[in-house]
Design a protein around this ligand. Structure first.
Ligand code: FPP
Length: 246
């Protein structure tokens, strides 16, 4: 097991410590230009570097991005295969840059359906960046919030069955330890691009108290400036976590 999130890893006043992004709108962006959907995904991949690099400037220590959901397998074989190739290329191309920039990369999601070459690259990237802690980038790949909770529950049930866990001790602190995100703090801000106002099975447990921003910009048009503006606007929100203001 990797070490848990460092409690000393202080929040910068007024900034979201953890931002999660549903990068939506690549397909429409490409269609608007008369190009195939994969053209939009390639444009979207270029945006990832800009946003990762912007994180320290806006006090963001953790960035989690939704790259491929458990439901995305329903897309055409051409699109799915193209996305898998894109993920492999992204990892190979960005590995050195991410390592040198102090970015620690983690993957969440179920790896069982992913091909061996991709899994190998994912492991390599995690290992190559394991000692970094400037920015924590988590890439959700074959990820679904319900699937994650089901897999976590399976492991928890196994621990109960084998006597390592007393069912009376299962509470809100116990279950997250079995989630893919167990080393990460909960997201403070969840952004979805492209005008859709839904969360599409992303970080369901973890986002219980997150602030949400649904913006019209299509992901390939999302800029560092817009990211900064959303982080700044987060600083003006009052989070009460169910309590009444003192
Ligand atoms: C949703 O847009 C986007 C995806 C399913 C893929 C997200 C992938 C990237 C941004 C590519 C790069 C990622 C990494 C980590 C290299 P959509 O295709 O559903 O858009 P639409 O709603 O306009 O059709």
């Amino acid at each position: 097991m990797t070490a848990a999130a460092d409690p000393q890893d202080a929040t910068v006043e007024g900034c979201p410590r953890h931002v999660a992004i549903i990068m939506d709108g690549n397909g429409r962006w490409a269609t608007q230009r008369g190009r195939p959907r994969l053209f939009g995904h390639h444009a979207g991949a270029k945006r990832v570097r800009e946003i990762v690099e912007a994180c320290p400037d806006f006090g963001v220590k953790y960035l989690t991005i939704f790259a491929f959901s458990t439901e995305n397998w329903k897309r055409t074989q051409v699109e799915v295969a193209g996305l898998m190739t894109l993920f492999r290329r992204y990892i190979s191309k960005e590995m050195r840059h991410l390592r040198e920039r102090g970015v620690r990369v983690r993957f969440i999601g179920d790896r069982v359906r992913l091909d061996d070459k991709l899994i190998k690259l994912m492991n390599e990237l995690e290992e190559a960046t394991a000692h970094n802690d400037h920015v924590n980038l988590t890439i959700a790949l074959n990820y679904g919030g319900r699937d994650e909770v089901a897999r976590a529950t399976q492991r928890l049930a196994q621990d109960v069955a084998e006597g390592r866990l007393n069912p009376d001790n299962v509470d809100e602190e116990t279950l997250p330890k079995y989630l893919d995100t167990y080393v990460l703090p909960d997201p403070d801000l969840v952004i979805r691009t492209s005008g859709e106002a839904r969360i599409s099975n992303f970080l369901l447990w973890q986002s219980a108290y997150a602030e949400y921003e649904f913006i019209d910009t299509l992901w390939p048009d999302f800029t560092r400036a817009e990211f900064g503006a959303l982080c700044a606007s987060y600083g003006g929100r009052e989070r009460r976590f169910g309590a009444v203001k003192a």
